[in-house]
Design a protein around this ligand. Structure first.
Ligand SMILES: Nc1ncnc2c1ncn2[C@@H]1O[C@H](COP(=O)(O)OP(=O)(O)OP(=O)(O)O)[C@@H](O)[C@H]1O
Ligand SMILES: [Mg+2]
Length: 271
C-alpha cells in the first residue's frame, strides 16, 4: 500500500486543514470573494460547488499562495500562508498537490518527464528513482503504458490522469482538484469519481475538489460548500445539501437557472 506520510509539523487533526478567514479578493472592479470564511476539515473529501466565475479557482490559488488575498487570512497545513514569500511557499506546495483546471502538461516533455518534473525541482532523487516513482503513480492510475508518450499522443482522459499523476507524485498530504471532469464524457466522469475515491482510500490525506459536476460531487463528497456572491452560501454534509429547500441551492443542484442568473448571463453577453 502506498502512503503519504506527513512531513515535519503534522497538522492537528482536530483543526481544519485549511481555513480561510474573512478573505476578500477583487480584480479591478470585480469583487470575487467578499469576506469568505471556508473550512476544509482534515481527512476525507470536501467539494466546492458554485457557478462559473464564483471564484472557485481563485480560492484554490489562494490556498497554495499563487494569489494573495486583499484582506483576511489563509491557513493551510497549520501555517498562515498568505504572507509567505515564494521561497517559503515551496514546502507548502510540495505538501499540497494541485490538479489545474487546464491540466497544464508540458507538451514537449514525455509523460515520464512531466511527472518527474516536481521531483527534479524539489527532491534529490536520481533519474532511476524518479522513473520508479513516476511508474508507481502511473500504475496506481492504470496508465503505465503511456510513460514514454508525448501529451499530444494521449486522449483527454489519459491527459487528465497524467496531470493527476504529476499532482500526487510527491505524495502530498492534501490534493486540490480543479474541475477534474471538465471535457470528459459522463462515463469518463464516472471513472474519475471512482479514481478520486480510490486515491482517497489508498493515499489517505485530504482532498479538495472544485466542480460543476453535481453527480461527481455527490459521489465523492464528505463535506460540501456552495460558493456564491463571494461567500460560502451553504456548507455542510451531502445530506444537508440534498435536503436543502433554499431556492439558490435547489437551482444550483437541479440545474435550473433562476431569473437572476438569466439576467446576469444576458448582461454578460451584452458586455
Ligand atoms: N488573474 C486574474 N486577473 C483578473 N481577473 C481574474 C483573474 N483570475 C480570476 N479572475 C476573475 O475572477 C472571477 C472568478 O474567477 P475563477 O476562475 O475563480 O472562477 P471559477 O469559479 O473557477 O469559474 P469556472 O467554474 O468557470 O472555472 C472571474 O470573473 C474571473 O474573470
Ligand atoms: Mg475555475
Amino acid at each position: 500500500m502506498i502512503r503519504c506520510g506527513p512531513v515535519a509539523g503534522i497538522p492537528d487533526p482536530s483543526q481544519p486543514l485549511i481555513a480561510l478567514r474573512n478573505v476578500s479578493k477583487s480584480f479591478g472592479d470585480v469583487h470575487v470573494l467578499r469576506e469568505l470564511n471556508l473550512d476544509v476539515p482534515s481527512g476525507g473529501t470536501t467539494v466546492i460547488l458554485g457557478p462559473s466565475g464564483a471564484g472557485k479557482s481563485v480560492t484554490l490559488k489562494l490556498i497554495i499562495g499563487l494569489l494573495q488575498p486583499d484582506a483576511g487570512s489563509v491557513m493551510a497545513l497549520g501555517e498562515r500562508i498568505d504572507q509567505l514569500q515564494e521561497q517559503q511557499l515551496v514546502d507548502i506546495r510540495r505538501r499540497i498537490g494541485f490538479l489545474f483546471q487546464q491540466g497544464a502538461l508540458f507538451d514537449s516533455m514525455s509523460v515520464l518527464e512531466n511527472i518527474a518534473f516536481p521531483l527534479r525541482e524539489h527532491s534529490d532523487m536520481d533519474a532511476g528513482a524518479r522513473r520508479a516513482a513516476a511508474l508507481d503513480v502511473l500504475h496506481l492510475l492504470g496508465i503505465e503504458s503511456c510513460i514514454d508518450r508525448l501529451p499530444g499522443e494521449l486522449s483527454g482522459g489519459q491527459r487528465k490522469r497524467v496531470a493527476l499523476a504529476r499532482a500526487i507524485v510527491q505524495r502530498p498530504e492534501c490534493i486540490l482538484y480543479d474541475e477534474p471532469t471538465t471535457g470528459l464524457d459522463p462515463i469518463r466522469s464516472d471513472v474519475v469519481a471512482h479514481l478520486l475515491n480510490q486515491l482517497q482510500e489508498r493515499l489517505g490525506g485530504t482532498s479538495l475538489v472544485v466542480t460543476h459536476d453535481i453527480p461527481l460531487a455527490f459521489k465523492v463528497a464528505d463535506h460540501m460548500v456552495l460558493l456564491r456572491d463571494g461567500k460560502a452560501w451553504l456548507s455542510g454534509s451531502p445530506d444537508i445539501f440534498q435536503n436543502s429547500t433554499d431556492p439558490v441551492v435547489r437551482n444550483f443542484l437541479d440545474g435550473t437557472a433562476s431569473a437572476e442568473d438569466l439576467l446576469a448571463m444576458e448582461s454578460e453577453h451584452a458586455a
